[in-house]
Design a protein around this ligand. Structure first.
Ligand code: ZN
Length: 299
């Protein structure tokens, strides 16, 4: 098995925890009742809309000066939530968006926030048991509390073994994995798979793909709430096997798979919910988000 060289998508950024987090206890979100979700044809149109499935990695207390760090600050992330809420967007999970399994959005525009790699800066508990307000979940929970009329959710594509430190697993705080996963599932977020280690699936054979995904589930399944099934997967490095038969092995584990690249020249032919393109957030300036998700009220 080859070990991936470092790249933009191995995300080695590590952010120290802030202090003084408040205990956040959000109310359970209730989806509005309404008509069924979109048809398969309209979903396909949405997938090709490059502005709608956004890919993030790391969140930290300071603003990034280098986009390659793949690091968005807590204040920038809050600013992006504000923009999306005020410009007619509704947040969905990746699984909801691709499967069409969500109620009528009443004219609001769907957008998905995905976070790859399952780093501690995505979800960190402080020593007093509170959620760090500068991690992704801390930002989301605070925003939810301050904007009760707007649903806050995201999809976290996690690895279960950190190649650089095999003692680290989902969200990198040993012993807290199950607590975090239950919190996310109970609060309406989605847990997706990013494989066991952050290896390129495009370099694997049939047996290696199965071993990677079996290892992933041997580790994470005991931490999942009863009945929770992981149905979404993001290819590490956006590395998709060129052989469609190998892609289908992945799709037997997960009906919904995400690509890393929205650029059509990287697009790999898929079917159903396979190889759905995402948009890499390569800059966290608001103007960049405005280009990907145009402003304007609900449609
Ligand atoms: Zn990744």
């Amino acid at each position: 098995m080859k070990i991936d060289p470092p790249s933009r998508h191995t995300c080695n950024q590590y952010v120290e925890a802030g202090a003084g987090a408040a205990e956040l206890d959000p109310p359970a979100f209730q989806l509005p009742s309404g008509a069924a979700g979109p048809t398969a044809a309209s979903r396909r149109t949405e997938w090709s809309d490059r502005g709608r499935i956004l890919m993030y990695h790391n969140v930290g207390p300071k603003e990034a000066t280098d986009p390659d760090q793949l690091l968005i600050s807590a204040s920038q992330l809050t600013e992006q939530l504000d923009y999306l809420r005020k410009n007619g967007y509704s947040l969905l999970t990746f699984g909801e968006h691709v499967s069409g399994d969500y109620p009528n959005l009443m004219g609001r525009k769907p957008v998905v926030l995905t976070f790859d790699d399952g780093r501690e800066n995505n979800f960190r508990y402080l020593s007093d048991g509170s959620i760090d307000p500068t991690c992704a979940v801390g930002v989301f929970e605070r925003y939810r509390k301050e904007n009760l009329e707007w649903r806050v959710t995201a999809t976290f594509f996690v690895n279960t073994v950190r190649s650089s430190d095999p003692d680290l697993s989902v969200f990198e705080q040993p012993g807290l994995e199950m607590k975090k996963i239950h919190f996310l599932c109970d609060s309406g977020y989605e847990i997706g798979s990013h494989g066991s280690r952050h290896h390129k699936f495009g370099d694997m054979d049939k047996q290696q793909i199965r071993e990677n995904l079996d290892d992933f589930h041997a580790k994470i399944d005991p931490w999942l709430p009863e009945g929770y099934k992981i149905r979404s997967f993001a290819y590490p490095h956006g590395s998709i096997p060129s052989d469609r038969a190998l892609q289908r092995i992945v799709e037997r584990y997960y009906p919904l798979t995400a690509n890393t690249w929205a650029n059509p020249r990287f697009k790999v032919e898929g079917s159903g919910g396979a190889n759905v393109p995402r948009v890499e957030m390569d800059s966290f300036h608001l103007e960049n988000l405005e280009r990907k998700c145009p402003p304007g009220a609900a449609q």
